[in-house]
Design a protein around this ligand. Sequence first.
Ligand SMILES: Nc1ncnc2c1ncn2[C@@H]1O[C@H](COP(=O)(O)OP(=O)(O)O)[C@@H](O)[C@H]1O
Ligand SMILES: [Mg+2]
Length: 219
Amino acid sequence: MKAITFVTQKGGSGKSTLCISLAVAAREAGHTVCILEMDRQATISDWLDHRTEEGPEVAQIDATQIEAVMERLRESAYDYVFIDTPGVDSTGTLAAIRAADLCIIPCRPTPADLRAFKPTLAAIYRLEKKFAFVLNQTPPRSYRIRDAADGLAVLGILPDVNIVARTDHQDAIGLGQGVTEFNPKGQAAGEVRRLWAWIERRMQAGRTGRRTVKHAEAA
Ligand SMILES: Nc1ncnc2c1ncn2[C@@H]1O[C@H](COP(=O)(O)OP(=O)(O)O)[C@@H](O)[C@H]1O
Ligand SMILES: [Mg+2]
């Protein structure tokens, strides 16, 4: 079992949206997945209420439960546990980072979002966790993305795909689906499948973000 934690202080950056669509994409790729929801806003539980398709399982947990729950899940048959965190720096968020094999930091290409992930990144570094940024809600093409991507690509931790702002994401969540179910041939679905493939490769790469940064600096 591998754990993927979606984390950044900035609300609205796409943690829950990506958690849902990537969980569905991972299932479509043949994996068993469960989602732990730590955000009281309960975006994922609301999504599940509208869902008619099978899986993934979702459990709402708080900071006091995560260690015990993860211990049980480590012995379980799940290939992946996805952890959706609230957009605040809290003991729960720290515990979710600690539980992670990979932290995904969704980030809109705006100065405010790019500034907001710094405390998250500091915690990830302290705990020596593997991580990746995902540029989300990007325009289809723009100089702004290029600027953001240049900064992040230098760290060697940016996927080869951005998640463009597309209504498919909003419509899918409203119907209790992932984007790959809502519009399987759509561009949003294609981007999410490519992102999942990149994440799977990254999970297997076996390097922490810190070492990757050093590696990139040395290159
Ligand atoms: N790629 C995207 N394209 C369009 N809308 C998006 C995209 N990603 C997220 N959203 C929308 O942005 C809002 C915030 O996303 P959400 O996943 O709830 O963020 P967070 O969990 O980080 O607070 C939601 O209304 C969601 O539908
Ligand atoms: Mg959320």
